[in-house]
Design a protein around this ligand. Structure first.
Ligand code: SF4
Length: 328
């Protein structure tokens, strides 16, 4: 077995064997560049030289009932994360308009919490209407939405539903004790059933193994999500993971490349933790590692990079922001 043979298998649409996956995971470090080049080749075959840009707003922050070990917004941890109720819809729409000026086509409205009450549903609906009216693809990440909520939001113009599985089913109980993996999987299924573009991925560097990473990718593939956000842990003081080491850039790059091999036709978006792991100096490698999308601007509870410099780097890498016609 050679890397080239595995690469060709992916391009031919052949399912990878366990031995192929282990080959990628165990490829010596001095061949990382070769691995990234193949991952970039797979991504180019499917997405050309386009890069999907998305941005988010932290529309409701803190006091979450859940205890996800990495999260600054959990009410179970003592962090300095801000706490506020859902922002007024006009504020959310104004933030979307500012992101649109930078060529961002998907705007995610993210809110802490497990479920959505009637009052927040009204606010989300109004925000979605406003964003859709300006030609932006509105995405929501509000926790678990039921079928009727998804349907009414879709009617208002919602394009995407974002709900991360975060990690594998095997590792999940070590990361969260307040709800089950099945609830999250069912939320993803509901979004897909409602005909929405579903963005669901995970966070890496929280203590999961390579087997957990593979398990998550294969679960997402089987579920049929269209987009997979990749987040890297930024350890937040006051959370159970505050003392964890940040992933080495080489390990993070291998994760992105592995996901491209396992999910050749799905959007792979690099999101939270990018600057924590890569800083401002290693963007070029990241853009050539198999990713097909990038979150720009600030992340949920951490500051992001400078969007203008991101756009310059994207152009230098020979990539261009994706037009919405390429997305569902
Ligand atoms: S990840 Fe989501 S569900 Fe978990 S604590 Fe944070 S806001 Fe709550």
């Amino acid at each position: 077995m050679s890397l080239k043979a595995i690469y060709r298998k992916v391009l031919d649409g052949t399912q990878l064997a366990d031995s192929d996956i282990h080959f990628i995971i165990n490829l010596p470090q001095d061949r990382l560049e070769e691995l990234l080049s193949c991952a970039h080749g797979i991504r180019t075959a499917r997405f050309g030289n386009t890069l999907g840009l998305c941005a988010i707003i932290n529309a409701k922050s803190g006091t979450c009932s859940e205890d996800c070990s990495f999260c600054a917004q959990s009410g179970h941890h003592s962090t300095q994360s801000p706490e506020y109720p859902l922002l007024p819809p006009e504020e959310i729409v104004a933030a979307g308009a500012a992101a649109q000026q930078h060529g961002v086509t998907r705007f995610g409205v993210v809110a802490s919490g497990k479920k959505v009450g009637n009052q927040d549903l009204e606010g989300f609906t109004e925000a979605v209407r406003g964003l859709a009216a300006m030609g932006m693809a509105p995405d929501l990440s509000p926790g678990i939405l039921d079928h009727s909520q998804l349907k009414s939001l879709k009617k208002a113009g919602l394009k995407g539903y974002h709900h991360n599985l975060e990690t594998s089913a095997s590792f999940f109980p070590k990361m969260c004790s307040t709800h089950s993996y099945e609830e999250d999987v069912n939320a993803v299924r509901s979004g897909l059933k409602a005909g929405l573009y579903v963005c669901s991925g995970g966070i890496f560097g929280i203590g999961e193994s390579w087997d957990d990473r593979v398990e998550l990718a294969l679960t997402l593939k089987e579920l049929g999500v269209q987009s997979v956000p990749i987040n890297f842990l930024h350890p937040i003081p006051g959370t159970p993971l505050e003392a964890r080491d940040v992933l080495k850039p080489e390990e993070a790059l291998r994760i992105v490349a592995l996901y491209r091999f396992l999910l050749p036709d799905r959007a792979l978006r690099i999101c939270g933790g990018r600057l924590t792991v890569f800083g401002e100096t290693r963007k070029k490698e990241l853009l050539k590692s198999g990713a097909s999308g990038l979150m720009v601007g600030d992340y949920l509870t951490t500051t992001g990079g400078d969007t203008t410099s991101d756009l310059e780097e994207i152009a230098t890498a020979g990539l261009q922001p994706e037009n919405r016609k390429h997305e569902k």
